[in-house]
Design a protein around this ligand. Structure first.
Ligand code: RB5
Length: 146
């Protein structure tokens, strides 16, 4: 799958920058990563990178997106301002799988200061392998999102 990946400085927070490890994890699984930045720990504004990931998904340059900020909240708020983006900020495995099964989420938002790196990798594995249920009521509700 082609994945657009972006974060603010939290994704590169020292002493353990998560984003390079997440990209290596995704590439190790055989995915193609389009990294839209940021690329280091210097302070930036999360909406700018949420916008870049959403543009890649909406323009068809990526099938889905992965975003990271300190909590995952900022990037999810920014991403959900884009019509056609269904961004889910998740803190449990159940939220991750249901974001796909029920909401057909096309962007996963992760919190660097909330989740361990291991949990981020685990969440990505689940999220990338869980299909939308396609159930009638879920299709109807997702259609109402526009
Ligand atoms: C940046 O320090 C932090 O506010 C941001 O990464 C994010 O958590 C906002 O929601």
């Amino acid at each position: 799958m082609i994945l657009a990946v972006g974060c603010d400085h939290a994704g590169y927070e020292l002493p353990h920058p998560y984003m390079p490890a997440i990209i290596a994890h995704l590439e190790g699984l055989g995915h193609e990563v389009v990294h839209v930045g940021t690329y280091g720990p210097e302070s930036v504004d999360y909406p700018d990178f949420a916008d870049k990931v959403c543009a890649a998904v909406l323009e068809g340059r990526a099938e889905r997106g992965v975003l990271m900020c300190g909590t995952g909240i900022g990037v999810s708020i920014a991403a959900n301002r884009h019509l056609g983006i269904r961004a889910a900020v998740c803190a449990t495995e159940e939220m991750v799988s249901l974001s796909r099964e029920h909401n057909d989420a096309n962007v996963l938002c992760l919190g660097r200061r909330i989740l361990s790196l291991e949990l981020c990798a685990q969440f990505l594995d689940i999220w990338l392998n869980t299909p939308f249920s396609g159930g009638e009521r879920h299709c109807r509700r997702v259609a109402k999102l526009g």
